[in-house]
Design a protein around this ligand. Sequence first.
Ligand SMILES: C[S@@+](CC[C@H](N)C(=O)[O-])C[C@H]1O[C@@H](n2cnc3c(N)ncnc32)[C@H](O)[C@@H]1O
Length: 210
Amino acid sequence: MEFLPKEIEDYCRRHSQDELEIYRQLTAETYESCQIPQMLSGPIVGTILQFFVRLTQARLVLEVGMFTGYSALKMAEALDGSGELLTCEIDPAHITIGRNYFQKVPWGKRITVLEGTALESLANLEPSFDLVFIDADKINYLNYYKRAVELIRSGGIIVLDNALWSGRVIMPEDDGSRTIAETNDFIQKDDSVWNVLLPIRDGLMVVQKK
Ligand SMILES: C[S@@+](CC[C@H](N)C(=O)[O-])C[C@H]1O[C@@H](n2cnc3c(N)ncnc32)[C@H](O)[C@@H]1O
């Protein structure tokens, strides 16, 4: 899963805000101990998410798909002291790694992990969130999007990662690819939002509720 030529990606990183050592440690541990470490979104996406936290002056953020906590920790860092982030994760091993890192920094206290299947967790939440980041099982992307639109406030932002799915959305041949393509099409026709699909990394669909 290489999305950009390495030298271009390195150049972008060298010309983007640097990140704290804790993120490098978490990334290293994820690459040592997890089967598909490339699921970790990384510095460019993480920094963009931090911009959205600040631009929406977010008090309440929702993440669907925490993995080892990288993007959750990034967004929580950008919240102000009273802000909160809820993150859904099904895999106990991922949760253990994430929680260990959340304990290491003060902004980790802003994070609450909703353990279990994300659809069940989302069903129990109430509006309104300022920012939602969707980055879990692709087969449920449309369900996550529809629920996120209900949960987000007017002016709030929904970001869906992997909207390009390594280009497979162009000619989708498996269920995951088909669902992402279907979600992109649904968003494109959704009159309740403004949207732009940014070709950053594996594609970031950015949606703002009218
Ligand atoms: C792409 S990773 C998330 C990456 C993370 N946002 C980051 O940037 O580091 C997707 C995560 O969703 C979790 N997941 C998959 N299906 C799920 C479900 N039905 N409910 C909750 N979490 C799920 C996986 O265990 C995995 O950790």
